[in-house]
Ligand binder design. Sequence first.
Ligand SMILES: NC(=O)c1ccc[n+]([C@@H]2O[C@H](COP(=O)([O-])OP(=O)(O)OC[C@H]3O[C@@H](n4cnc5c(N)ncnc54)[C@H](OP(=O)(O)O)[C@@H]3O)[C@@H](O)[C@H]2O)c1
Length: 275
Amino acid sequence: MYLITGATGNVGGELTRALIAAGEPVRALVRRAGAAVPEGAEPVVGDLNRPESLTGALRGVRGIFLLPGYDDMPGMLARAGEAGVRHVVLLSGGSAALEDMGNAVSRYMTLSERAVRASGLAWTFLRARAFMSNALRWLPQLREGDVVRVPFPGVRAACVDPFDIAAVAARALTGDGHDGRVHELTGPESLLPAEQVAVLARVLGRDLRFVGLSDEEARAYLEARMPREYVDAFFGFNVDGTLDESRVHPDVERILGRPARTFDQWATTHATAFA
Ligand SMILES: NC(=O)c1ccc[n+]([C@@H]2O[C@H](COP(=O)([O-])OP(=O)(O)OC[C@H]3O[C@@H](n4cnc5c(N)ncnc54)[C@H](OP(=O)(O)O)[C@@H]3O)[C@@H](O)[C@H]2O)c1
């Protein structure tokens, strides 16, 4: 049995579908009873911030796909070990490598990786770069009109399709050779936000206009959407330049034996979400 956290989200949803398609038994962690999970998964209620709520979810589990950044990762992992879990595949990010405790995002990624390393369980880290699904954050603007305002317009990212992260996670959970490995997960090309918007415009058949926000505008835009410490973290990465996510890594193609999916493919697959 595999326990998938974030099963209602971008990566966990794709992973749940991938494992079910491969005939594997999947338990999907949800916070609310009745939450929709992919067909064929066994929903189980629990909260990653409350390890004591996970007892039932962990029973009989061999491998976990784990999201980072919850309140008591060591406590959660200790329960997993007691329940007989053998392997943790942790979704992490490029900023884990910085080990920057003054940056809220790098800190939670780093502490999550450290907790997994210290747990005594076998582990695999998936250091995913910016998700292609972050483009869904433009949905409210796209419902209003054809102008897309985006922070940090000069910052390139080798953004990765959650489908590919999930495909690698499925290999890591079910296959050999991934224990103690850190996989750097990117897409096949490095794009500017304006290039992503241009792809979206073509796929959707819309005349979208890209507007790059100034740093001052970006701060106001982000502060309306996330806590201040995360806004500061993204300013650290993108304005101070502490993180470079533009480099394309070969890991997705090496592990999956096919090229990483492009932003064009992601946009085409998800076009109906923008309708
Ligand atoms: N976006 C990026 O560019 C990026 C890059 C690298 C790493 N990451 C990491 O990837 C993670 C997952 O991203 P995603 O896009 O797949 O997820 P997502 O679509 O944003 O969904 C978040 C998932 O986490 C679940 N969740 C939230 N709080 C929880 C809790 N206390 N206990 C149990 N489950 C909880 C949610 O469940 P509910 O349905 O109950 O809300 C949902 O399934 C992010 O949180 C981030 O740490 C993101």
